[in-house]
Design a protein around this ligand. Structure first.
Ligand code: SAM
Length: 253
């Protein structure tokens, strides 16, 4: 449950080096100074050609499950840091192992002079967390360019609807961490949930729906239709998939 989840007091306190070791140096807590309580420590690097501590996570996969979307997005946006957030501990550990294996494979290939996929999977990470509670602790205002909600839990019963990951309150939070022009991607096999998510996003003043044509041209929509584990299950069962994408509009002056 939540009391065992680690989360930073603010985005500035977050140490990303465990998740993206090729891009961040380790932050060390210093107990003996009052005002500056952190310093960065040079760590063993997995790649030498990047400047450390300059990037921020820009894409988030909320409730990422087994990581299929992350792994497909990795070479599509090799210069962008992509984070999956997942509440289940064992699933998170599984995805972490998957990422580590892909990174190691990539490094070995590189050492052997073989071609590797762009980014070498150094740009994807997974964190255990409750996305309904702590997102603003991880991401600052306007930090994200894309948020994915792929096959979220439907919580069918009316009295359970408050547990849905798209709600008026949570949309205010997503609008805060998304930059103007940023996109929320949703996909589900439950029509009722699709209508619910689209309605809440439609009703929200900070979001506008992407025109069908633009949606269908978006490479991320193609990936999210086919590459998540839940999406594959739905395809095997010949179920329908409903997609709705919304753009975060400019802040009103
Ligand atoms: N997106 C993945 C896919 O398409 O294969 C997984 C879909 S699965 C039906 C929903 C996932 O959301 C589960 O792995 C669940 O543990 C996770 N989840 C549910 N509530 C969450 C929350 N509040 N924060 C983070 N993850 C959550």
């Amino acid at each position: 449950s939540d009391h065992r989840l680690d989360y930073p007091i603010s985005p500035q306190d977050m140490d990303w080096s465990d998740y993206f070791p090729a891009y961040f140096s380790k932050k060390r807590k210093l107990d003996d100074t009052a005002d500056s309580h952190e310093e960065t420590v040079a760590e063993t690097r997995t790649t030498s050609d990047v400047q450390l501590d300059t990037k921020k996570v820009e894409i988030a996969d909320i409730g990422c499950g087994f990581g299929g979307l992350l792994i497909s997005l990795a070479p599509t946006f090799p210069e962008t840091l992509i984070l999956g957030m997942e509440i289940r501990m064992q699933v998170t550990a599984y995805v972490q192992d998957r990422i580590t294996a892909l990174r190691n494979q990539s490094l070995t290939k590189k050492d052997e002079g073989q071609d590797v996929i762009p980014g070498g999977y150094q740009n994807i990470g997974i964190i255990r967390g409750n996305a309904m509670k702590f997102l603003p602790n991880f991401f600052e205002k306007h930090q994200l360019s894309k948020m994915f909600f792929c096959f979220p839990d439907p919580h069918f019963k009316a009295r359970k609807h408050k547990a849905r990951i798209i709600s008026r309150t949570l949309l205010a939070e997503y609008a805060y961490i998304l930059r103007p022009g940023g996109i929320i991607y949703t996909i589900t096999d439950v029509e009722d949930l699709h209508l619910w998510m689209a309605k809440h996003l439609d009703d929200h003043p900070m979001f506008e729906r992407l025109p069908e044509e633009e949606q269908e041209e978006d490479v991320c929509v193609k990936i999210m239709r086919t590459d998540t584990e839940e999406g594959k299950k739905v395809a095997r069962n010949q179920g329908s998939k409903w997609v709705a994408c919304f753009r975060r509009i400019e802040d009103p002056v």
